[in-house]
Design a protein around this ligand. Structure first.
Ligand code: CMC
Length: 429
């Protein structure tokens, strides 16, 4: 906090209004506009481009410099030296765990991987061709109907158990939503495997054969989860906070986050990237699509390019590109036509004036889509995998809010509809 103040002069109001300014440890100062309502004023900021919706100690982003820190640690260091579950611990508790704390945390997550057997029958209510994100919105929300013993949000112990359940069960539910679409039997988790190995085992294994999981692919999967673990107040995290601010239970809040993530401007972009590559179809068509992306009258955008916050480069994309190269080398993939299109597109966009001027760089979803395709994950599962990784971020933010002081989130509006008018009976209209 600081002693600085903003002075706001408004036509028609005699006295200038003093607004306190707060400083964080990093990032721009914020002007506290909360007192404006007493002057009969609201602020107006569609898309929340200039609005800090809360105070948080979890993640810091400097979009101009391409910096992403979790609890102060740069994402590149975490991706290189840590793993997903250790990063989960860091996000939830604020510090890296000791060896013993890490073992205990990982052991507890493993103990919660199974879902209530009744949930298996819940899946049968869906059509076989249901989108896995539609299934995830439903089944994750339904967890609140199965785990009544962790719904008392004012109790820290309940919040902890709910966090473990969500982090542990998301890969199980994600793999079930895929298996359901293929008609194959659901795979039970194997707790002797690591988090990402277990996910690949439940996705690609079958009860008749033992799973053979490549360590390179498991490491790539772990990195994908880690690189998606948190991203401060993005649309889905803000949705989780807003839903949670009403006192809703954590399973319902995370289901709300999954719904917000689904859209193509957010988590749905990784799926949209692959669909776009398929639509382009051949490198000879790239110029047409780039021209369309630049045409103001055409709503088409290059999926996987641009970011609301990163206006230099996306630090997650840098690591993801390295992981993509590793995976393609491990799998010996050299001549995949879609990957060829992706590489050419990246090259063109990085050198084209339009994309340079507007600071539109390949984002994390551009490369994660390529890796997931190479691993053999179907496109419709891409956003589900984002949701698995992001669950810890959602729950860390929800927990930070609930364990501090908070009020229900209730934005106001600039009303431009009719002024008051009298009802007209139907025979007089
Ligand atoms: N292709 C072509 N033009 C673009 C693109 C793109 N991908 N992204 C932005 N622009 C243009 C846009 O038309 C606008 O031009 P102008 O100033 O002439 O009107 C300018 O760049 C600024 O765009 P904006 O929509 O005002 O920027 P935003 O910050 O509101 O949107 C975004 C950010 C990520 C929604 C947008 O860049 C986009 O739609 N990208 C494609 C979808 C995508 O890859 N999303 C994944 C984001 S990373 C994962 C996550 O964190 O969820």
């Amino acid at each position: 906090m600081s002693d600085k103040k903003a002075i706001l002069e408004i036509d028609g109001i005699d006295q200038p209004i003093e607004l306190p300014i707060y400083s964080g440890t990093l990032g721009p100062d914020v002007v506290d506009v909360g007192g404006l309502t007493s002057q009969g004023l609201f602020t107006y900021d569609p898309g929340f481009v200039s609005t800090a919706s809360c105070e948080s100690q979890i993640t810091f982003i400097d979009g101009g410099k391409g910096i992403l820190l979790h609890r102060g640690y740069p994402i590149g260091q975490l991706a290189e030296k840590s793993d997903y579950l250790e990063t989960c611990y860091l996000l939830l508790y604020g510090e890296l765990p000791t060896k013993e704390q890490k073992e205990e945390f990982v052991g507890t997550v493993h103990k919660h991987t199974m879902v209530n057997e009744q949930i298996r029958t819940f899946f049968n209510g869906f059509r076989r061709d249901a989108h896995p994100m539609a299934i995830m919105c439903g089944v994750v929300g339904a967890l609140s109907a199965f785990y009544h013993d962790s719904l008392e949000i004012s109790e820290e112990q309940h919040r902890q158990v709910a966090a473990f359940r969500l982090i542990a069960k998301m890969p199980t539910l994600a793999a079930m939503s895929y298996k359901f679409s293929t008609g194959q039997p659901f795979m039970y988790p194997d707790n002797s495997l690591s988090y990402s190995e277990n996910f690949l085992h439940m996705m690609f294994g079958n009860p008749c054969e033992s799973s053979n999981i490549s360590p390179v692919l498991a490491r790539a999967m772990d990195r994908i989860f880690l690189l998606h673990a948190d991203h401060e107040q993005n649309a889905s995290t803000s949705t989780v906070r807003l839903a949670g601010s009403s006192g809703a239970n954590p399973f319902a809040c995370i289901a709300a986050g999954i719904a917000a993530l689904w859209g193509p401007s957010h988590g749905g972009a990784n799926e949209a990237v692959l669909e776009m590559l398929e639509e382009i179809g051949d490198v000879s068509h790239i110029d047409d699509f780039v021209a369309r992306a630049k045409d103001k009258d055409d709503p088409f955008r290059l999926m996987g390019f641009g970011h609301r916050v990163y206006k230099n480069f996306d630090p997650r994309a840098k690591v993801m590109k390295e992981a993509a190269d590793e995976v393609l080398a491990e799998l010996g993939i050299e001549n995949d036509p879609l990957l060829e299109i992706a590489k050419r597109l990246e090259e063109i966009a990085l050198h084209d004036e339009y994309f340079i001027d507007k600071k539109l760089y390949p984002n994390v979803d551009f490369y994660s889509g390529i890796i997931l395709k190479a691993i053999g994950i179907p496109t419709s599962m891409f956003t589900v995998i984002f949701a698995v990784g992001r669950t810890v971020g959602w729950i860390a933010h929800w927990n930070e809010m609930i364990s501090g002081s908070y009020r229900i989130g209730r934005p106001r509006q600039l009303y431009t509809g009719y002024p008051q008018r009298d009802f007209v009976p139907v025979d007089k209209r």
